[in-house]
Design a protein around this ligand. Structure first.
Ligand code: N01
Length: 556
C-alpha cells in the first residue's frame, strides 16, 4: 500500500477517517491509517500531542504502571531505542515520548492542533460524518475514530462564588505549562483522589501553607519509585516480543512480578497474612494489591482484613492520631475505587505547614474573594487547586454533540447511561468507533497497549468494510443488550459497583449511576471482540450497494 499522505489542511474533499484526539491511541491510529494510505486528519483540542499526558501536567503527575510496560509495542525499533529513566514515568517523560513518536513517524502534518470538535452529525443519505469544530470548520469523512480519552472533561463542582476569587485557581488537568509559583503562598487543595494524593507532597514542599480539603479518604500504597536499573531494562528489551503477547492474556494487560497468593486469606494464620500483606504493600503494584489473596477483591470479609492492614499503615505513618483517623477510608471496600500510589502522601500530614480539613463533616459552602468558606470556618487562600476529578468515560463523547441515524442524539440515547458494544461502537452512530469508550476496560487495563489493540480491531473492521463495499456499519440494540448483560455479570464479582466513585458516575451530580467500564479482564474482553468479527461481522448491521449474503443484517 502507498505510504504517501495527503496534507491535513484540505477540508474541501471528504476524508476516509477523522481521528479525534492526539493522545497515545489517536497517534497510533493516525500512524496506522497513514501506513494504509488512507486520507486521514487528526483533530486535537490541545496545542501538543500526548492527550492525558499533555493536559495533566501538575507537579507530581506520574503514571502508576511501570514504564517498561506503559509504552507502545507496535514498533520494535522504537521500543528498543527509547530509554525510560524511572520505574514510574513522570508526566514530562511521557509527554516527551509522545512528541518523539509524533516526530519519528511524521505524524504532525496530519494533525490539526487547537481544534476542538463540538459537533458530529451523520449524513444518512451519503453515509458520511460531518465533523464540526469550535473554530467553525467542517470536515467530512466516511469514518470517525473518537480517541478522546476516558478522563478528558474536568469536573469543577458548581460552588457559589467560583468567579469571585481574587487569587489564582487551577484545575489539575488544566495546569499552566509555565508552572505555578507556590513559594510563600497559602494553598488550598480540594480533592484527594489519585491526583490530589500525587500533588499534595509537591505543594507542601513549596508552599507556605497547604490546606487539604478531603471529602472521602482514599487507600494509597507507597509507589517506591526509583531510577530504572539498566539490567532490568535490558531484560525487558530482550524479551519484549514474547512479553507483549503475554500481556494481552492478563487481567489488566500488565505483567506482574507476582506477589499474589493462590489461596483465600482465611487459609493463613494472622501472622502469615501480615507477612503476605507486607510483601504486597512493598511490591510497587497498586493494581495487584487488591488481589493479594484470591478472595480480597470479591469477598467483603476478606477485603475488610486487607483494608484494616492499610489503615494500620496510615496510623503508623501519621503522627497525629486525629488526622490519621480522618485519613483512614472506612466507608467503602478497598479496591472499590482505584487504589492510589503515592510518594510520601501520608507523611505530608506530619509537616507543620499542612492541615487536613474534613469537608464531609464541614461542607464547602462557597468560594469567596479571599478563599473558601465551609459551614463552620473561613480559609484565606492565595491559590486554590481543584483536584476534583472528571466527568469520566462519557463526558468527552457527549461534549461532541453527536447526532446519528434519523437525527437521534447520543445524549438522548445515553440519558440513562451509556450503551455500547465493547465500548467500541454504539447503536445509531454507524461508522463511528471509540477507543477506550464506556464499556471497554479503559483504566482497568494498561491503556497504551490495549489502545493499540482496540485501534487494530477498528482498522481491521474498516478494511473489511472497504473491501466489501459496505458504506454503513453499525452496532445493534441486541448487541448492546448482550454486552450490558456481560458488563453486569463481571461487575457483580467486584467491589467497584458497591462503591461511589467516578467509575460509577457517582462523582457527578445527576449522572446516571452505572459502572462505566468493563471489569472482567482484558483477555475475556478481547475474546468477546474477536468473536464478534466472525462470519463477516455477522451481528453488526450493514448497508451496501450490492445485496448482502443471506443471514446478514441490513439497515434497509
Ligand atoms: O479524580 P477523582 P482524580 N466537594 O475523581 C473530590 C487517574 N489518575 O483526578 O471521593 C469536595 O478520583 C472527590 O471526593 P469524593 C486514575 O484512574 C491516575 O484524583 O467524591 N470534594 C475526590 O477526592 C484516577 O482514578 C494517576 O468524596 C470533592 C476528588 O475530588 C483518575 O485519574 C494519577 C467534590 C476527585 O478524585 C481520577 O483521579 C492521577 C466536592 N463537591 C489520576 N467533588 C496515576 O496514574 C469532587 N471532590 C497515578
Amino acid at each position: 500500500m502507498s505510504t504517501s499522505t495527503p496534507a491535513a489542511d484540505r477540508t474541501d474533499q471528504p476524508f476516509d477517517v477523522v481521528v479525534i484526539g492526539a493522545g497515545f491511541s489517536g497517534l497510533y491510529a493516525l500512524h496506522r491509517l497513514r501506513q494504509q494510505g488512507r486520507r486521514v486528519v487528526c483533530l486535537e483540542a490541545g496545542d501538543g500531542v500526548g492527550g492525558t499526558w499533555y493536559w495533566n501536567r501538575y507537579p507530581g503527575a506520574r503514571v502508576d504502571i511501570e514504564s517498561m510496560q506503559y509504552s507502545y509495542s507496535f514498533d520494535e525499533n522504537l521500543q528498543q531505542e527509547w530509554t525510560w529513566s524511572e520505574h514510574f514515568s513522570p508526566q514530562p517523560d511521557l509527554e516527551a515520548y509522545a512528541n518523539h513518536v509524533a516526530d519519528r513517524f511524521d505524524l504532525r502534518e496530519n494533525i490539526r492542533f487547537e481544534t476542538r470538535v463540538n459537533e458530529l452529525t451523520f449524513d444518512d443519505a451519503a453515509d458520511e460524518w460531518h465533523v464540526g469544530t469550535a473554530l467553525g470548520e467542517r470536515f467530512v469523512a466516511k469514518y470517525v475514530i473518537a480517541a478522546t480519552g476516558s478522563l478528558d472533561v474536568s469536573n469543577v463542582p458548581d460552588w457559589p462564588g467560583l468567579d469571585s476569587f481574587h487569587g489564582e485557581a487551577y484545575h489539575t488537568s488544566r495546569w499552566p505549562k509555565e508552572g505555578v509559583e507556590l513559594a510563600g503562598k497559602r494553598v488550598g487543595l480540594i480533592g484527594t483522589g489519585s491526583t490530589g494524593i500525587q500533588l499534595a507532597p509537591e505543594v507542601a514542599a513549596l508552599a507556605d501553607q497547604l490546606t487539604v480539603f478531603q471529602r472521602t479518604p482514599n487507600f494509597s500504597l507507597p509507589s517506591l519509585n526509583r531510577e530504572l536499573d539498566p539490567e532490568y531494562v535490558q531484560d525487558w528489551k530482550a524479551n519484549y516480543t514474547q512479553r507483549r503477547k503475554q500481556v494481552l492474556k492478563t487481567h489488566g494487560a500488565v505483567l506482574m512480578s507476582s506477589v499474589a497468593e493462590q489461596r483465600s486469606i482465611f487459609d493463613y494464620t494472622e501472622v502469615e497474612r501480615e507477612e503476605v500483606m507486607e510483601r504486597a504493600w512493598n511490591a510497587r503494584n497498586g493494581l495487584e494489591f487488591i488481589r493479594t489473596f484470591t478472595d480480597t477483591s470479591t469477598d467483603l470479609e476478606a477485603n475488610a482484613i486487607l483494608a484494616e492492614f492499610v489503615r494500620n499503615k496510615i496510623r503508623a505513618i501519621v503522627d497525629d492520631p486525629g488526622t490519621a483517623e480522618l485519613l483512614c477510608p472506612k466507608t467503602y471496600p478497598i479496591g472499590g475505587k482505584r487504589i492510589c500510589q503515592d510518594s510520601g502522601y501520608y507523611e505530608t500530614f506530619n509537616r507543620d505547614n499542612v492541615k487536613l480539613v474534613d469537608v464531609r463533616a464541614d461542607t464547602i459552602e462557597e468560594i469567596t474573594e479571599s478563599g473558601l468558606r465551609t459551614t463552620d470556618s473561613e480559609y484565606e487562600l492565595d491559590v486554590i487547586i481543584f483536584a476534583t476529578g472528571f466527568d469520566a468515560m462519557t463526558g468527552s463523547m457527549l461534549n461532541m454533540n453527536a447526532t446519528g441515524l434519523d437525527g437521534v442524539r447520543l445524549a438522548d440515547r445515553w440519558a440513562d447511561g451509556p450503551k455500547t458494544v465493547f465500548g467500541l461502537m454504539t447503536a445509531g452512530l454507524p461508522n463511528l468507533f471509540m477507543v477506550h469508550g464506556p464499556g471497554s476496560p479503559s483504566v482497568q487495563a494498561q491503556m497504551i497497549t490495549t489502545g493499540e489493540w482496540q485501534v487494530d480491531w477498528i482498522l481491521r473492521a474498516i478494511e473489511y468494510l472497504e473491501d466489501n463495499q459496505i458504506s454503513r456499519f453499525g452496532a445493534t440494540h441486541a448487541q448492546e443488550e448482550a454486552w450490558a448483560s456481560e458488563l453486569d455479570t463481571v461487575a457483580a464479582r467486584t467491589m467497584h459497583a458497591k462503591t461511589d466513585s467516578w467509575y460509577t458516575g457517582a462523582n457527578i451530580p445527576g449522572k446516571p449511576r452505572v459502572l462505566l467500564m468493563y471489569v472482567g479482564g482484558f483477555e475475556r474482553y478481547s475474546n468477546w471482540c474477536i468473536r464478534a468479527t466472525d462470519h463477516g461481522y455477522a451481528e453488526f448491521e450493514k448497508k451496501q450497494r450490492v445485496s448482502l449474503p443471506s443471514g446478514q443484517r441490513s439497515f434497509e
